[in-house]
Design a protein around this ligand. Structure first.
Ligand SMILES: [Zn+2]
Ligand SMILES: [Zn+2]
Length: 312
């Protein structure tokens, strides 16, 4: 395949690599941006993630997006849900709104033929964790009612629960809670999206000998690694266990290059999709982070560290 950027090596079959991409302008521009960056896969918001937006996507727009994405050969397509949605909420009005908004997320994801819809489990503020988890399970069931999901003949869409940093009363920092949700709604065949920065902030160590193996073993025990479809690949501005959500450029944060090299090459994560959600502070940050990840997958570690250092 010809790429404009000859310095970005084609992806080894070992893993698929992508980045969260803006839909500014027109939806299909996101696919073009991802391709131009040399991605195999990509993630988008299907509408503004910070406002309640029940709107659908018009058929013409959806068709143009689907066509562009398939032509460019990008897969999988991951959609991240709206930040306001809280299916756990103790307030009936918020919970009702959240179910409606998540329903709209599912409908847009189906219209765009997305492979995965990533969601944060929600916040347990004002509730016992057990009640909050039960609200999430009920909300998911209600939002998905009557839709064809999970590899049924006309859709391959799967909902992925994302682990969180545990900021405030966020559910899902403890992987056992994700495991409980998977079991609570077996009919939806939920999967998991692991975020490395969230794992680390929630107290799962990734540095030092044996840490990546131990954390992946904990993931496997709680949810099963076969359920993990996407890995949000972010370094962390904050220390292990600090329970705040601050993404950093790959190798520039507290997690560090060594852990990312281990994760990207880990045999149990072979074939998974790694999506970057790293900060975009300066022009080219996206390209630089993708390049670092490519080198970690394919190159030798010393070269990676030297080059990372030279870039400053
Ligand atoms: Zn994430
Ligand atoms: Zn985050």
């Amino acid at each position: 395949m010809k790429r404009k950027e000859s310095n970005i090596a084609p992806s080894p079959a070992r893993v698929r690599i992508g980045i969260h991409t803006s839909i500014a302008g027109r939806l299909e521009l996101a696919a073009e941006r991802a391709q131009e960056l040399g991605c195999d896969a990509f993630q988008i918001f299907s509408s503004n993630p910070r406002i309640w937006d029940p709107s659908g996507i018009n058929a013409v727009e959806a068709e143009a997006f689907r066509r562009r994405r398939y032509t460019l050969g990008l897969a999988p397509l991951v959609i991240h849900d709206n930040y306001l949605i809280n299916l756990a909420s103790a307030r009936p009005v918020v919970r009702f709104r959240s179910i409606q908004a998540f329903r709209a997320e599912l409908e847009r994801a189906l219209a765009l033929e997305a492979d995965y819809l990533v969601m944060h489990p929600g916040s347990a503020v004002g509730l016992k964790r057990r009640q909050a988890l039960s609200n999430v399970a009920t909300g998911l069931r209600q939002a998905a009612r009557g839709l064809c999901l999970n590899g049924l003949p006309d859709s391959g869409l799967q909902i992925l629960l994302e682990n969180t940093s545990g900021q405030g009363s966020a559910l899902g920092a403890d992987l056992e809670e994700l495991g409980e949700l998977l079991q609570a709604v077996p009919e939806l065949n939920l999967g998991v999206c692991l975020d490395t920065a969230h794992l680390f902030a929630a107290g799962y160590e990734l540095r030092g000998p044996g840490s990546v193996d131990a954390t992946l073993a904990a993931v496997h025990a709680a949810v099963g690694l076969d359920r993990v479809k996407v890995i949000h690949t972010n370094d962390s501005k904050v220390a292990c266990g600090s329970r705040v959500d601050r993404h950093q450029h790959i190798g520039k944060g507290k997690i560090g290059l060594r852990a990312f090299r281990q994760l990207l090459r880990h045999p149990t994560l072979a074939g998974k999709t790694f999506i970057l959600e790293t900060p975009l502070e300066r022009k080219g940050d996206d390209r630089r982070n993708l390049r670092t990840v490519r080198r970690l997958v394919g190159g030798n570690g010393r070269a990676v560290r030297r080059k990372a250092k030279r870039r400053g």
